[in-house]
Every structure is written in structure tokens, then in C-alpha cells.
Design a protein around this ligand. Sequence first.
Ligand code: FE2
Length: 323
Amino acid sequence: MHDVHSESESIHGRVVVTVIVKPMENITLGAEVTGIRLADLAPGDWARIYDAFLEFGVLVFPGQHLTEKEQNNFAKRFGETEQLSPLQKGPSVPISNKKPDGTLATPNDQGYKLLRGNEGWHTDSTYMPLASKAAMLSAIEVPDQGGETEFADMRAAWDELDPTTQEELEQLSAYHSLYYSQERAGFKHTTDNIYGLHDKGAPLRPVIKKHPETGRKSIYTGRHAYGIPGMTYEQSRVLLDKLMENACQSPRTYKHKWTPGDIVVWDNRCVMHRARPYDESLPRILRGARISGDPETELAETFEDQRAEGFLPSQSNLSSAQN
Ligand SMILES: [Fe+2]
């Protein structure tokens, strides 16, 4: 039995239900949140939403139809937003296969390669010095079939491991690189210093992350992780692949089928996600915002990335291309 969390308040003697949080059935993460308009939150609603975000890891808000400004304001409640492109003006950016000239991205476009790469399980910005806290997407135009976003609960995956494996994994770290993950997805990139394809080096991050707010442990690797120090390249690859394969299974996964107007937010500190394939001759237009991690807990030292052209260690995610 799954319970429905609701909060009500009395206004002039009338009970008004504000936030309804309905956990996904038979899945360890995710909840659907209704009964509110994110553009017009009543006092107390935000605290309830943030508590649910920490508890469920993924929140789905159907039928919100937020304007860009409304989504930006909602994103800013979670913290500082990341600058994902030197051209980015506000907190959010289009996540879309439609190019500014109106045509759809093709395999030669960098954007196409990055969108396709995102079909592998990952958590955002781990290849940057400062990894991400959270991210959100809203749906504008989506294909009828495919193009879903799928999420996996890395807290529950950790809980499933036997104590000996847990102890072993807690000793390990891995480097993270977008060049690496894109290469494995079949795409080569040059160092353009826009975002991720930088010369800042590859951050070295613990394989197991303790959530800075809930204290729960989770597997923190994904497609960008490689090269565990103390192992051969091959041993490391086999271990990391197996870890993800076992972790991203039912009942720990939720696949979100988009309807225009939906907004989904997730906790990048304990949840993996991936895009699902779709017919690339059709537009898929989402709007995304990424929230910066806390330097106390999400900043990592970087080391030379052999795949990048050059190495200028940095603690900043800001692109050198925008200076
Ligand atoms: Fe992502």
C-alpha cells in the first residue's frame, strides 16, 4: 500500500488541500506532485516540495505549462543555476534537437552527439570541477513514442549491496570525463572549452557518495566515470559497467513519458538518469536548468585528462571561452 502525503490548511474555516505528493507505485524513487501551481506557490508549499525532493529523488509535476521565466524562478529556489553555454542568458536552456535555424540536428552536429550520449546512465556535471546538485526539465514538444527520460535510484542500489562489497566500494574513486563517455558512445570531440569539453582536467570522485543533506549513501559513477586508481583500465571498466548494470534495474527505475506542460526535477546527488531513443526526424523540445552543487561537497580536484587538448587545472565550471 502506498500512501498519499497531503498537506491541508484551513482558510476561513474551509480546508484547502495544497500539496499532494503521491509516490510512484512499486518503485523505490519518484513521486507525482499535484494540487499546486509552481508559478504561484502558497506559503509552506516550497518546504513540502523540498522535503519530497529529498525523500523521493525525482518529482514529477504534470500540467504546469511554465513560462521560461516561471521555470527559471522555480529553478532558483533550489540554488544557483549553472552556466551551460557562454551564450546562455538566464538560468535555463533549450534541450532540443531543433537548431536555431529551425532544422533538426543531424549526426554531424555537436548537439546531436551530446543528446545521443545522454542516452547512457549518468548524473550531471560530474566531469566538471563542481558537480550538480539537481536538474529539471520541462516538456514543450515531444514525439508520441520514445524520448522518455528514465531515472534510477542509486540509494536503493547501494542498500542492495552486501556489506563486503559496500566496504570495498567505499575505498574507491574514479575519474570523470565527458570525452571518455562520448568516446564510448561512439563520438569524438575536440577541446572547445564550451562545457565539459574543456582543459580543466578530469575530476577524481569517490565511487560512493554520502548525500550532504540526507546522509544516505549512493553509487555515484555513471557513464562519465572511468580509470579507478589502483586498477587496470579494463578492470575498472568491467567493475563500473557491472555496478551500473545491476543498479539500474526494477524496482529502482522510473521512466517518465513526457506530455507537454510537465516539469520534472531530480536530485543529481543520488539519482542517475538517461534519455531514451526516439525518431530523430521528429522534434523533441524540452527546457532544462541545472542547479550547482555545494562546493563543500560537490567540488573535486581535477587531474590531467589524456583525451583533452591541454591541462589548465581549475576549480571553476565557467568556460574560458566566455572570458
Ligand atoms: Fe543529464
